[in-house]
Design a binder for this molecule. Structure first.
Ligand code: PLP
Length: 259
């Protein structure tokens, strides 16, 4: 037993994906790979395979509060990672939980759609995240289609979306994986005006849980004390390797291999 040399604990508030490709399982695997311990609080259950989601159920707010409060009372939380919240009420519930964790880095992955396109929450949930959670988040990590919904700019470029969203959040990472250009460009926008681009080669295929992997790895890097730009680069490089080594066990998308 080692009480004095424990790995940093990251509280994950995300949905469960029974295919194991995305959601809390992705969070747990990506955090273990960073040398962190994941404390998974379930916000929602989903029905899905690696092709798409067919249904979901958001848990009662009391259940989510009880899970999170039990963990917070026991474990030293070094960072928080948000994934699927599923309802506007859950956005408010998370805000209540964060009041118990002042100063703890918060990574907000504004999940609204599954990889196959099925909904995991109405656009209103995204707007509530933008209004209520972005201001308390350390960083938000939308992909470009999510950023376009959040910025209410259906055809906006990453730069245009960032201009609209940066007043809400301190740091914004807009990922470019959903386009079809040969080179994927991921852009980090910081409120101090600095911008950083991270490019990588596009890999063939589509992946289930890539956004969850990235946001979780990033929360782990921040929990370990890495600075923002370095943490983003490390998390992007890690995610790229997981996608390069992905497996196709089913009939749908590839599942990242999060070693
Ligand atoms: N969270 C849950 C519970 C999901 O089921 C999904 C997708 O199916 C996601 C998050 C988002 O997945 P991705 O990382 O592919 O954007």
């Amino acid at each position: 037993m080692n009480r004095h040399n424990s790995r940093p604990v990251v509280l994950c508030l995300s949905g469960h994906d029974p295919s194991g490709g995305a959601g809390l399982q992705a969070d747990i695997e990506a955090l273990i790979a960073q040398g962190c311990h994941a404390a998974p609080t379930v916000t929602a259950l989903t029905v899905q395979d690696t092709v798409d989601v067919t249904d979901f159920r958001v848990l009662d707010r009391e259940w989510v509060l009880a899970q999170a409060h039990a963990v917070i009372a026991d474990l030293p939380i070094a960072a928080v990672k948000l994934g699927m919240l599923g309802s506007v009420e859950m956005v408010e519930t998370v805000l209540e939980i964060m009041q118990k964790l002042p100063g703890v880095p918060l990574v907000c992955d504004p999940v609204l759609r599954a990889g196959g396109g099925g909904t995991l929450g109405k656009d209103e949930v995204g707007y509530a995240m933008r209004e209520r959670l972005f201001p308390v988040a350390t960083i938000a990590t939308p992909n470009l289609p999510e950023a376009q919904i959040l910025a209410e700019l259906p055809n906006g470029t990453a730069d245009e979306c960032a201009e609209k969203l940066l007043p809400y959040v301190h740091n914004l990472l807009i990922t470019g994986g959903h386009g079809d250009e040969e080179e994927v460009v991921n852009r980090l926008y910081c409120r101090d005006g600095s911008q950083h681009s991270f490019s990588c080669a596009r890999l063939p295929g589509s992946y289930h849980g890539s956004g969850c992997t990235l946001a979780s790895a990033l929360s782990g890097r921040l929990a370990l004390g890495e600075n923002m730009v370095s943490a983003v680069k490390t998390a992007l490089d890690y995610t790229w390797r997981c996608l390069r080594d992905a497996e196709a066990p089913g009939h749908g998308q590839y599942i990242p291999r999060r070693l």
